[in-house]
Write a protein that binds this ligand. Sequence first.
Ligand SMILES: Nc1nc2c(ncn2[C@@H]2O[C@H](COP(=O)(O)OP(=O)(O)OP(=O)(O)O)[C@@H](O)[C@H]2O)c(=O)[nH]1
Length: 367
Amino acid sequence: MVLDIVLLVVLVFAIATAALLVRRRPRVGPHAREESIPASESAAPDEAAAVIGQSRPRTLEGAMRRSSGRFRDLRRRIGGLDRDALFQTMEEVLLESDLGPTLTAAVLDEVRRETGRGASADDLWQALRRALRARLLSGDRSLAVAAELPTVILVVGVNGAGKTTTVGKLAARLRERGDVVIAAADTFRAAATEQVAVWAERSGVRLVAGQQGADPGAVVFDAVDAAKARGAAVVVCDTAGRLQNKANLMAELGKVRRVAEKAAGHVDEVLLVVDATTGQNGLSQARVFGEVTGLTGVVLTKLDGSAKGGIALAIEHEFKVPVKLVGVGEALEDLQPFDPDDFVDALLDMSGSEAGPDSMRGDEADV
Ligand SMILES: Nc1nc2c(ncn2[C@@H]2O[C@H](COP(=O)(O)OP(=O)(O)OP(=O)(O)O)[C@@H](O)[C@H]2O)c(=O)[nH]1
């Protein structure tokens, strides 16, 4: 009898432990295909959002440490430089951060105008902060919601910019709106469909794909059709990477857009994915992609690996296209809405400082 009870207790304990182990699924990461959650078992939208929310805290400041490093150095030295040397150093730092010469000159002019000789280091830093912020757009940066569902989002950009990764991260975020369909319209690159299929699985959304070499427009058409049939909220279209100087490939992209428009009656977002490490070439990408497909927003990826975060300002200033999202890592949750104030503060490494960097408080630099 006692033996029976002991055996029963052991059995119950074993079952409970096994159940716990099964429930504790591993978190998915981009290099962990074998850990990904099958779409059929994936989390409900709210759970998915919770997984995204509870991720390891990757702050914008943390991701932008390489971009802000030069500004940190400048800030440390600011009190010891005379005015000419200060503006010269500031110019170097802005150029190295990839603001580009025109924007750099405009920012320096404004800081000079706003601060007289004898300005404190803190006044100078705040003037720089305001001058940078003024080059970013004001207004709404949220992703469009179509009046007539599904909302259609095209993701475009040069090779390797981070389009597929962004499509996967974006699909996961958009699940809070309802069903999401990914169109695997990169039918050009071998293995592109498999790669996007892994992301669809991770984010727990449906994928519509075609054969390699198939017409990408046809894949988008089918995806919109499938989304309508399911009453899905969003279709996110991954497109093949193409250099902006390849006219035939750019023309193909124009066609993909027209097909999407015909299928859904509207294209609501065309997001250009720009690799933050490519710097000023991002301007030419924005110009040409904008001419061919029109752009509603930019996703700046790999901000975590770049020291050239200033390209965000250059693109917004020149093309008046808002940066809507930033990629700060390779994992599902490493996509953040772009906030211009937070971005400038992260670039200048001013986190938690309203009045300016601690090191400068009360420090009359006399510059
Ligand atoms: N560190 C970091 N890596 C990123 C980010 N976004 C994408 N990547 C990496 O960049 C590489 C290229 O990403 P993909 O998503 O394949 O780029 P793509 O634009 O779809 O590439 P093609 O289809 O070849 O044009 C991958 O190794 C990604 O993990 C980011 O925000 N941060």
